[in-house]
Design a protein around this ligand. Sequence first.
Ligand code: NDP
Length: 248
Amino acid sequence: MSNPINHVENKTVIITGASSGIGEATARLLAERGANVVLAARRTERLNEIAAQIEAAGGSAMTRSVDVTDADSVDALVYHANNLFGRVDAIFNNAGVMPLAPMSELKTGEWDNMINVNIRGVLNGIAAVLPLFKEQGGGHVINTASIGAHVVVPSGVVYCATKYAVWAISEGLRQESTDVRVTTISPGVVETELGHDITDPTSKELLTQFRQLALKPDAIARAVLYALDQPADVDINEVIVRPTASAF
Ligand code: NDP
């Protein structure tokens, strides 16, 4: 039997939040399949380590220090990726934060941070690629939402609100686009560093319990690969990936 067509090979894919967890696993998997991966986050040292390992394994990777809340920084990321590889085929807007706490704790600074990273960060990614995608006649926007975009839980109110917003932005962009593919990836619980910034002890304990069923980040990376690895006329709109044993 001949090998199936690989729609990922030689594609240039920008990945935000690539310094750990789902972003890191996705960068490694896509590079293995022949994509040029552009790793972006704030922790440059970690990005460089991951990129060095990808290159040592024969892959193609570049890194860029980016704060997704800063539109200029995200514009510069896309500009440099395009300059280096001659085109950008996809952006995986994946950077996110989740400082869970009940609303009554009034951790309004954490609310702002979630809004800025989880919503504004995704919008900045979209704004940075859309003009280029128009010029190229196509492209792929992949956004990380969450099961928190489908169900609201106590302590996760603002986090879920940001993920509902990511879902709505993705769906709206999809409806408006005829040549840009849009995919929402909605993971259930995954074993990553997400939530390391929780300051509310009860919420931290809740997350520890929830994490007992967690998937490995690679399970989500495979969903991203599935969406990317389709011909240009096929748009995988949403993939929800939960641990089999998890009700939520
Ligand atoms: P991690 O904490 O491991 O990864 C989060 C990534 O986001 C890191 O690479 C971090 O890099 C980056 N990041 C955070 N803030 C910024 C910023 N201002 N600018 C640029 N990068 C930033 O968690 P996950 O891998 O789990 O998270 C990835 C996505 O998956 C998030 O959107 C999260 O909401 C979502 N998700 C995760 C689930 C889970 O159970 N783990 C479930 C559902 C959704 P750095 O600090 O170096 O900047």
